[in-house]
Ligand binder design. Structure first.
Ligand code: KIV
Length: 280
């Protein structure tokens, strides 16, 4: 069992592309899932705003609030994982004023996050600087950033043209310069994921960014086969969780209907005294 908490400085210097181990990150939104992914050995647990899609049943992440994220971050922190806990700043919690952004980040830290993640590049440098200035480590997120789904006109791979790729490369450079300790690259061509990984000294963590990034992240429900609908191309499903869990529920229903549950082992035995008393 791992006992020591992973630290931000340790993650900051873990570059697989420079001979280090590859980083594994997975989402969790509650205490039991945090225990499972931590026991599985992930380096980082992301309390993602994907909670909106995969837990709350929304079509995108835009309805998720700071209060939602505080609630789920606290649940994950209750597992006391060895993995670093990253709290995702939801849409509009860091877009209006710098002060509000710092307060949103602080709310996640007070709930138990070790660091926060936010989406955007050059357009978010002021906010990133202020959050880091408040001693809160920041992970960046570039490419197919889900909070920009309306602006992108859908969940579309980003950085496919030379110009678009260069914008993302410049954003990655700016995030490193601003002091981000790592950056998520989502939904970009594998060559761009590889180029940014080589160019940057901070670790890149990919999701749909090819195999060359310094680490990989998956949404727990996608990886465990618990999602609704067809998962995106970049998902590898490690378990048919929906079939397994539905089968277990169906077995419970069958046991209830047949009277086979509960049995003696699942019941509190009545003493002889009480039995006589109950018979009257
Ligand atoms: O919210 C989330 O799960 C994320 C990952 C897709 C990186 O931001």
């Amino acid at each position: 069992m791992r006992t020591r908490r992973t630290s931000v400085p340790a993650i900051r210097t873990t570059k697989a592309s420079a001979g280090g181990p590859r980083l594994a990150m997975m989402t969790a939104y509650d205490e039991p899932t945090a225990r499972l992914v931590d026991a599985g050995g992930v380096d980082l647990i992301l309390v993602g705003d994907s909670v909106g899609n995969v837990v709350l049943g929304h079509e995108d992440t835009l309805r998720v609030t700071v209060d939602d994220m505080v609630h789920h971050t606290a649940a994950v922190a209750a597992a006391r994982p060895a993995a670093l806990i990253i709290g995702d700043l939801p849409w509009l919690s860091y877009h209006v004023t710098v002060e509000e952004a710092v307060r949103s980040a602080a709310a996640l830290v007070r709930a138990g996050a070790d660091a926060v993640k936010l989406e955007g590049g050059v357009n978010r440098l002021e906010v990133i600087g202020a959050i880091i200035d408040a001693e809160i480590p920041v992970m960046g997120h570039l490419g197919l950033t889900p909070q920009s789904v309306r602006a992108f006109g859908g969940f579309k791979v980003q950085g496919r043209s030379a110009d678009a790729a260069d914008v993302i490369r410049q954003d990655a450079a700016a995030l490193e310069e601003a002091g981000c300790f790592a950056v998520v690259l989502e939904g970009v061509p594998d060559g761009l994921g590889a180029a940014i990984t080589l160019e940057r000294s901070i670790p890149t963590i990919g999701i749909g960014a090819g195999p060359a990034t310094d680490g990989q992240v998956l949404v727990f429900h996608d990886a465990m086969g618990l999602g609704a609908g067809t998962p995106p191309k970049f998902v590898r499903q490690y378990l048919d969780g929906a079939t397994l869990l539905t089968g277990a529920v169906a077995a419970f229903v069958a046991d209830v209907r047949s009277g086979g549950f509960p049995g003696p082992a699942e019941s509190y035995v009545t003493s002889e005294d009480l039995r006589s008393h109950l018979k009257g």
